[in-house]
Design a protein around this ligand. Structure first.
Ligand code: SF4
Length: 299
């Protein structure tokens, strides 16, 4: 079977290879600083789900360091001046903070010619009218992507993982974001405790049927990590985690349930290896990607 991967979509849109560079906006998260809760989502590690991001420093410095980090991935045939990037603000909640300050940071990031788009990871309950207006203004300069960590449509799982908002909040924000024309990408975690294949596919079907149509999906394997509430729970009472075979089968099913036009940003996760508790096979990214690509090719 075939699907549109992010790298294919980017090549088509920008005519060349584009890499994301991980940057930090300096925001915290309301699910960690007490506004919603102090605990955070139970799977989230201290890095706020962005363990590879640069530490907060002036954005120019961050961009320089982050570009150096990914430059090794480009083919040597692509000259340095032709390399394109997406400014990716992944960790914590990047619309939770002073909007004027944030707009300045984001504007500066997209003022670079080689930065072709802006990607902002956030929560649907942290996008008010002021933020929407900012996103609208930025989207007129360069394409803006908003990445929402929905993880599941099931409110009972959301409660268990302390996500801190209801599905209706997602729906409302989703419609508002689509109405201003930004690109929306939804993150889903496969393998949350208490969720079997049926429940996961209900989330996928829900996303497949969203109107206006969803732009992209990021499928992520659940990584149980040290230093997280879920890690503690798992060590006390291990719950079922997928085997590699189960996971590859499930990813194939998810892809089959999604419309062909949906851009698939990821088919697995990228958890910090040193913190990984389970499933241990996920620490070998090459093996995982090979197994996934083989299963998808043969499906
Ligand atoms: S909303 Fe994001 S940063 Fe905040 S606790 Fe949840 S996963 Fe972590």
């Amino acid at each position: 079977m075939e699907y549109i991967s992010l790298s294919q979509a980017l090549k088509k849109q920008f005519g060349t290879k584009v890499y994301k560079i991980s940057l930090t906006s300096g925001c915290t998260c309301p699910n960690r600083d007490g506004k919603i809760s102090y605990g955070g989502c139970t799977f989230c590690s201290e890095g706020g789900s962005g363990d590879f991001a640069a530490p907060f420093s002036p954005i120019e410095e961050q961009i320089k360091v982050a570009k150096e980090k990914v430059n090794g991935k480009f083919s040597s045939k692509i000259a340095e001046e032709d390399r394109k990037y997406i400014a990716y603000f992944q960790s914590y909640t990047n619309t939770y903070g002073d909007v004027e300050r944030l707009e300045e940071v984001y504007k500066k990031a997209i003022s670079y010619d080689e930065i072709v788009a802006l990607s902002i990871g956030t929560r649907p309950d942290c996008i008010d009218e002021k933020v929407l207006k900012m996103l609208d203004r930025l989207n007129k300069i360069k394409p803006v992507w908003v990445e929402l960590g929905l993880q599941t449509i099931h409110d009972e799982t959301a409660k268990k993982i302390n996500r801190g908002y209801k599905l209706e909040t997602f729906e409302e924000t989703y419609r508002k974001l689509k109405s201003i024309g930004v690109t929306v990408i939804v993150h889903v975690i496969l393998g949350l405790p208490g969720e079997n294949e049926e429940k996961i596919l209900q989330t996928i079907d829900y996303l497949a049927n969203l109107r206006p149509t969803l732009d992209g999906v990021k499928l992520q394997l659940l990584h149980v990590l040290k230093g997280t509430k879920m890690g503690e729970e798992y060590l006390k009472e291990p719950f079922k985690v997928f085997t590699l075979e189960e996971y590859t089968e499930l990813v194939v099913k998810c892809l089959k349930h999604l419309p062909k036009e949906t851009i698939i940003h990821r088919i697995t996760g990228d958890g910090p290896k040193k913190l990984l508790i389970a499933p241990l096979w996920s620490g070998n990214k090459k093996v995982v990607l090979n197994a996934l690509n083989k299963a998808i090719r043969e499906a």
